[in-house]
Write a new protein. Structure first.
Length: 261
């Protein structure tokens, strides 16, 4: 009989511990961020390398006991759901994308579109007037700024001065055409190109031949509809400063094959 009482008491204690544990899990703070896949800014969810912004957010908020959940959604839906408060933050947004969102004082990165050539090329981008000298590869429906967009719209064709690639492997196709002499230059986001070359073992195979001005600051942009957003902005801003000052941000960039410059 005493043994039965001891077992009963033990079961009660275990049940209490399980309830407490379950309560703790239920109350764990979760922040949900989303964006259209734009690797290395944000890559495939659940992968070993889900993206620079994703890993940075996960690490910074973990220091305050906050779990970050990442979802890959199309950009229009991302902005709509962050604006309504269904999601907490949009990954890689610029102020022009959503001026009503809440932004950190410090951008996570600068979006920089650059021109890439074969190493033996001497061509250098010096404004739109220098573009007729090259056969340029771009990606369908991408925006490169008003001046470049106007030039691309005017000159695009299958085999002319502007060649437009489409689909999931558009960048890889443009790089292949460049290396095989069917293009003279490719226009692409600097981080995207660096990361793609690094992941495919091609680092150093292309030459950077100038960049479009000006750079566009990009952020983890928080919902204007949620009271928690101001706290998240402050926590993330503090984390960005720490990670940049102590070298952890630079180490993360290196892991993706890119640099802050």
């Amino acid at each position: 009989m005493p043994l039965c009482r001891h077992l009963s008491a033990l079961v009660q204690v275990l049940s209490l511990l399980l309830c407490l544990a379950a309560t703790g899990v239920a109350r764990a703070e979760t922040l949900v961020i989303a964006g259209d896949i734009w690797c290395p800014i944000n890559c495939e969810p659940g992968s070993a390398r889900p993206g620079i912004f994703v890993e940075l957010a996960q690490r910074i908020f973990a220091e305050s006991g906050i779990r970050v959940e990442y979802q890959a959604l199309n950009w229009a839906r991302t902005l709509r759901e962050v604006r309504s408060g269904t999601l907490n933050a949009a990954i890689g947004a610029g102020v022009a994308d959503a001026p009503d969102f809440l932004f950190t004082a410090t951008p996570v990165a600068q979006s920089r579109n650059c021109f890439f050539t074969r190493p033996d090329s001497t061509w250098q981008f010096s404004g739109v007037d220098s573009l007729p000298q090259v056969r340029l590869g771009v990606i369908n429906d991408y925006s490169y700024g008003d001046q470049l967009n106007a030039y691309i719209a005017d000159k695009r064709s299958r085999s002319g001065p502007i060649q437009v690639a489409s689909g999931d492997r558009a960048l890889a196709l443009n790089v292949s055409k460049l290396l095989h002499g069917r293009l003279d230059a490719v226009l692409e986001n600097r981080w995207v190109m660096q990361s793609m070359l690094a992941s495919s073992g091609q680092s150093g195979t292309l030459r950077e031949a100038g960049c479009r001005e000006t750079d566009a600051p990009i952020y983890l942009a928080f919902s204007p509809a949620l009271d928690s957003s101001r706290r998240y902005v402050e926590l993330f801003e503090q984390g960005l400063r720490r990670y940049r000052a102590d070298g952890r941000l630079q180490a993360l960039l290196k892991a993706y094959g890119v640099d802050e410059g």
